[in-house]
Structure formats: C-alpha cells, structure tokens
Design a binder for this molecule. Sequence first.
Ligand SMILES: [Ca+2]
Length: 146
Amino acid sequence: MGSHVFTVGFSLSACFDHHSSLASFKANSPTAYVMVDTQLSWSEAQSYCRQHHNDLASIRSEEEKNNIQSTLIAEGHDNVWIGLYRDLWAFWSDNSTSTFTNWETHQSDNNGANQFCAAFHLVSRKWSDEVCNQRKPFFCFKDAAL
Ligand SMILES: [Ca+2]
C-alpha cells in the first residue's frame, strides 16, 4: 500500500524510509498528512488510518484545506476520502468539529439519499457528499512527533 507523509509547514529536511515506503518531510508543525494511494471504502479507510496513523484527515480551516490541496496537487489525485461524515456534517472522524465548510455548489445534496461521506475533489478544490462504499484513495493524519 503506497502512502506519502506530508508534514504541514516548510520542510526542514527530507528523508526516505525504505521499510515503510514513506517519503517523510519533517517540519515544525505537529500535524502530518498521509496520502494513501489505495482505493478503499470510507469506513475501510477510517480503519486503516486509525490502525496505522491517527485518523482520517480533518479539514477545519482554510489553512488545513490549503495544506491538503497542496498535497493533492503534488500527488496528482482527485476525489479522495476525508474524515467528514453525515452526522449533521458537524463532526470529523477524530471527533473534532468546526464551522469551516468547503462544499461544491449544490453539495451536500445527499443524491439518492445514501451519500453520507465526504470526498475532496482536486479539480474543483471543493467537497461533495458521496456513497460511502465507493472506493477511493484517502487522506490520514498523524502526529508528526510520532
Ligand atoms: Ca452529493
């Protein structure tokens, strides 16, 4: 399973871990995003992130959105799972909450009444609600100090 770690902030050094195949960019920020280039359902992705990192990525501010967006551009990925799910769209997978939203126009629309998970689209740089058992690459986060 391929994954890349991107630590938020300016890179002070970079190294490559041959065991885990993680390209690791260390910086001052405590948060690192891990792009996992394997297609899983939202709940499978959540389990993977909780087992190997902290959780699916939370995007609680314009700054966090821009950080994830930069990683998506670098990785060339569109349409990845993020940690937002339909519990009033108020809570992230790690139980954090915020008022920041970044929906595409006309989203979240719960089209078909079964769209309960949020994906980030690189082209629009916005979110949409989608069917949770669709398989997509995804973003985890972890404590960069770990
Ligand atoms: Ca939708």
